[in-house]
Design a binder for this molecule. Structure first.
Ligand SMILES: Cc1cc2nc3c(=O)[nH]c(=O)nc-3n(C[C@H](O)[C@H](O)[C@H](O)COP(=O)(O)O)c2cc1C
Length: 181
């Protein structure tokens, strides 16, 4: 079972990327989490759709090769960062050739705010409805006060968050199995 993990931050020391690194070691047996870096995805313009940029083609290929997708997003101004929305938009196009359609998904996120990306995650879930992606509802993984949840080596040191990430991955793998059956 292969889960494609997409980090909504390009920041070098991103808490969300660190959370995905933690997810790689918390995955249930038989489940592999591969992180796709959104670096290099150009800004979307419908004028450029006819010639898909190489990095976008790589993203669409990776989504199609995966059994499921895990989004890990920061919250920017109560919503999803433009970097993530831009990549989602690219992979949904051209019309009729969306790589997302039917792909099982799960959402998690880390922010320095107390609510741990709750508002951004609900915006993202709204987008996933339109993209026709069956999405795990429980557990919700919101890592608030992220600055205090990772040690100096970047390891997640919050037991509750680790437990919830493990449960989220198990639920996503189960959803993917059911979708295939
Ligand atoms: C443009 C911008 C807007 C932000 N808005 C929010 C916000 O609405 N809620 C929040 O909890 N944190 C907000 N933050 C702080 C982020 O939680 C923090 O920068 C976090 O580290 C981003 O995730 P990353 O570490 O994966 O890059 C914002 C940060 C930026 C740069």
């Amino acid at each position: 079972m292969k889960i494609l993990a997409i980090c909504g931050s390009l920041r070098k020391d991103s808490f969300n990327r660190l959370a995905l690194k933690a997810a790689q070691s918390l995955a249930p047996s038989g489940v592999q989490v591969e992180i796709f870096d959104l670096q290099g995805i150009p800004l979307y313009s419908q004028d450029d759709e006819a010639q898909t940029p190489a990095r976008v083609a790589e993203l669409k290929k990776a989504i199609r090769a995966a059994d499921a997708v895990l989004f890990c997003t920061p919250e920017y101004n109560y919503s999803v960062p433009g970097v993530l929305k831009n990549a989602i938009d690219w992979a949904s196009r051209p019309y009729g050739d969306s790589a997302w359609k039917g792909k099982p998904a799960a959402v998690m996120g880390a922010s320095i705010g107390a609510l741990g990306t709750a508002r951004a995650q609900y915006h993202l879930r709204q987008t996933l409805v339109f993209l026709d992606m069956p999405t795990v509802n429980q557990p919700e993984v919101m890592i608030g006060a992220a600055g205090s949840k990772f040690d100096k080596d970047g390891n997640l040191n919050d037991d509750m968050a680790k437990k919830l990430i493990g449960q989220l991955l198990a639920a996503l793998a189960e959803l993917a199995r059911k979708s295939k059956a």
